[in-house]
Design a binder for this molecule. Structure first.
Ligand code: ARG
Length: 397
């Protein structure tokens, strides 16, 4: 008996994979839903559908692990891929890792199956993780390999009686986890189409956001957020609270042009209220405790980190190198940041740290002891020496 493990979300693409795999001779189907903080209703629906279709269903709740081992490093790296805090991207490696673990635990799995299309980034991220952790198990991607369209999938599901519920009426393709929510497809693909209010679920519209600003304090210890407002706890608890606070004020809507791995430019919409708030606070604290050279270099390290995270190369040696530098800097990123949230906007009101490299005495115009301004004359007079020499040469022409 041939056995397939389907990385199963319960949506249209992965649901049609079940009968398709049976047609291809896989009699035993194991389904796995990895809970990275998508709506509980989705996790439940996946379980119901899998059981209805006679699959051996597994659920892996990895929310704490995702928050601590994936989202926290993303905060440390100020995760930013052209404005996108990489919410879908950083969940894929963990989903693949769990799928490999379950395959090994279940035993006798002849193939992994995933529902990624051939145009997105997720196929790269998921398959890299699967090949890394279970190199001996072949991977099938029926939607990509059979060139399937949504319309074909809906017809097929109806023909074979696969439960796909409201799929026909669903216009948007949504991916959700505790780090953010991505909304794509339908008319949103047109870069010039204004996103309708209905696509947003985590963030209030400007009109509906409270008319009063709210001040919130975020506390970090070694780069990890440990408290937001009155909620102290694990990264998962802090991120959940950040999502609800920032979301309430309409902070965290993102509309960007994104360059996919395959060289495809696409329009993407996200709502990542917690990520946007926590990363802004983290940046503000980092700016207080790092030297100029560290800041400038870290901006480049962060950009490289975002490229690799976007590509799903979570376990690449370069990623380890970047994380080593980032981690070294984070040892001093402890302290608090005060942020104001108001009508879709966010302002840093203040920051404080025992590791601050700021000296009031040095910066103050009234102080004459720690950094005497008269001593600067020599430095000022040699500033731009090469530029001046160059200008003289050019003028001589
Ligand atoms: N463009 C984003 C990314 O590549 C979001 C992808 C959403 N994935 C999905 N299967 N709907 O990270």
């Amino acid at each position: 008996m041939k056995k397939a493990l389907i990385v199963y979300s319960g949506g249209l693409d992965t649901t049609v994979c079940i009968p398709l795999m049976r047609e291809q001779g896989f009699e035993e189907i194991v389904t796995l839903t990895v809970d990275v903080g998508q709506p509980e209703a989705d996790v439940r629906q996946a379980a119901d559908r899998a059981r209805e279709m006679g699959c051996e269903h597994h659920v892996a709740d990895v929310k704490e692990e995702f928050a601590a081992e994936y989202c926290a490093p993303a905060i440390a790296a100020n995760a930013d891929y052209f404005g996108y805090p990489l919410s879908t991207a950083i969940a894929r490696p963990l989903i693949a890792k769990k799928a490999a673990e379950v395959a090994h635990a279940v035993g006798g799995v002849d193939a992994f199956v995933h529902g990624c299309t051939g145009k997105g980034n997720d196929q790269f991220r998921i398959e890299f993780g699967l090949r890394l952790f279970a190199p001996d198990i072949p991977i099938l991607a029926p939607i990509r390999e059979m060139n399937l369209t949504r319309t074909w999938e809906i017809d097929y599901a109806e023909r074979v009686g696969a439960p796909i519920g409201q799929s026909k009426e669903k216009i948007w393709s949504i991916d959700e986890n505790l780090w953010g929510r991505s909304i794509e497809g339908g008319r949103l693909e047109d870069p010039n189409y204004e996103p309708p209010e209905e696509i947003f679920q985590w963030t209030a519209s400007l009109a509906a956001a409270p008319g009063e600003p709210e001040t919130v304090e975020v506390e970090f210890r070694a780069g990890v957020p440990v408290r937001i407002g009155s909620v102290s706890g694990t990264p998962l608890q802090v991120i959940a609270e950040a999502n609800s606070l920032a979301g309430k004020h309409g902070v965290g809507r993102i509309d960007i042009m994104e360059d996919r791995l395959i060289g495809l430019k696409v329009r993407e919409n996200y709502e990542c209220p917690g990520a946007v708030l926590l990363i802004a606070a983290h940046r503000a604290l980092e700016a207080l405790v790092t030297t100029h050279a560290e800041r400038a270099f870290k901006a480049q390290v962060d950009a490289q980190w975002a490229e690799l995270a976007y590509q799903g190369l979570w376990w690449d040696p370069f990623m380890e190198d970047l994380n080593a530098f980032i981690g070294q800097v984070q040892r001093r990123v402890s302290g608090t940041v005060r942020m104001r949230l108001f009508k879709g906007g966010m302002t840093v009101l203040g920051r404080d740290s025992d590791w601050a490299l700021y000296s009031e005495a040095a910066a103050s115009f009234d102080d004459t002891t720690s950094l005497e301004q008269s001593q600067m004359t020599g430095m000022v007079r040699t500033h731009g020496l090469e530029s001046l020499l160059y200008a003289r040469l050019v003028r001589r022409g």
